[in-house]
Design a protein around this ligand. Structure first.
Ligand SMILES: C[S@@+](CC[C@H](N)C(=O)[O-])C[C@H]1O[C@@H](n2cnc3c(N)ncnc32)[C@H](O)[C@@H]1O
Length: 225
């Protein structure tokens, strides 16, 4: 799954999302000079994008990444970004309180209490989840009717530590080519919901045109620990 995710993301299909995250971060009070923790960093694609953007801007961006998957963190380490990476849980972050300026959570589980603990007061949390039309070009091969995935914004929206500052919507259409289609399927939960026959049909497609649709919610941490 991690290797599929890495191959797919390295293909640039979610570049608009990476650009949206980078410009969202630049607009925070810390700009690009900050310490950022990516919770559920996976194989490190977004850390890599942030690293490259910071170098471009000659910014002092300290990157930290955490994921429960050893395979993911190992792939992230191979990117050689100078980031500090750890295999651990979002529910038990091995960092001191008030130690990071920003947290990123992209399609990953989040523990609001633990996230608020490690974030500085007024620190920023950027959460990314799927929009209603996300990957409908793929799901139309699997379901008769697309059921939009809710994401996990509810737990942070309702948590007293976090104030929602803004929501940014990112939407475009991508043409996924050849073996990237099967990588896309493999990196999503849809893989487990598809039959062997559907998987076979997707594996032989030359291209798949699909909307990609994301919401970025930017929150401020209100409270000290
Ligand atoms: C859908 S993937 C997203 C990965 C990455 N953020 C991206 O968008 O490419 C979800 C990630 O959350 C990680 N994960 C799942 N449970 C976790 C937990 N309790 N603590 C930390 N990471 C977790 C998985 O290993 C996986 O890398």
């Amino acid at each position: 799954m991690m290797r599929s995710r890495q191959r797919f993301l390295n293909g640039g299909y979610y570049q608009t999302l990476a650009d949206g995250i980078i410009s969202g971060l630049k607009q925070t009070p810390f700009g690009f000079n900050q310490t950022l923790l990516d919770i559920g960093c996976g194989e490190g694609y977004y850390l890599n994008q942030l690293h490259d953007a910071a170098i471009n801007d000659s910014a002092n961006l300290q990157l930290l990444g955490l994921d429960i998957s050893k395979a993911g963190v190992r792939l992230a380490a191979k990117r050689k970004l100078g980031a500090q990476l750890v295999v651990d849980s979002a529910y038990k972050i091995p960092l001191f309180a008030d130690s990071v300026d920003a947290v990123l959570s992209i399609f990953s589980p989040i523990c609001p209490n633990e996230t608020a603990r490690v974030l500085k007061v007024d620190g920023i949390l950027i959460m990314v989840g799927p929009g209603e039309e996300h990957l409908t070009g793929l799901t139309s091969h699997i379901y008769e009717q697309h059921e939009p995935h809710e994401g996990n914004f509810k737990i942070t929206d309702e948590h007293s530590n976090f104030t929602l500052l803004e929501q940014i919507e990112i939407k475009s259409v991508v043409t996924v080519k050849g073996s990237d289609i099967f990588d896309l399927l493999t990196m999503t939960p849809y893989y487990w919901h598809s039959t062997a026959e559907q998987q076979q049909q997707l594996a032989v497609l030359d291209q798949l045109i699909t909307p990609i649709h994301f919401y970025l919610r930017v929150y401020k941490n209100n409270t000290s620990e």
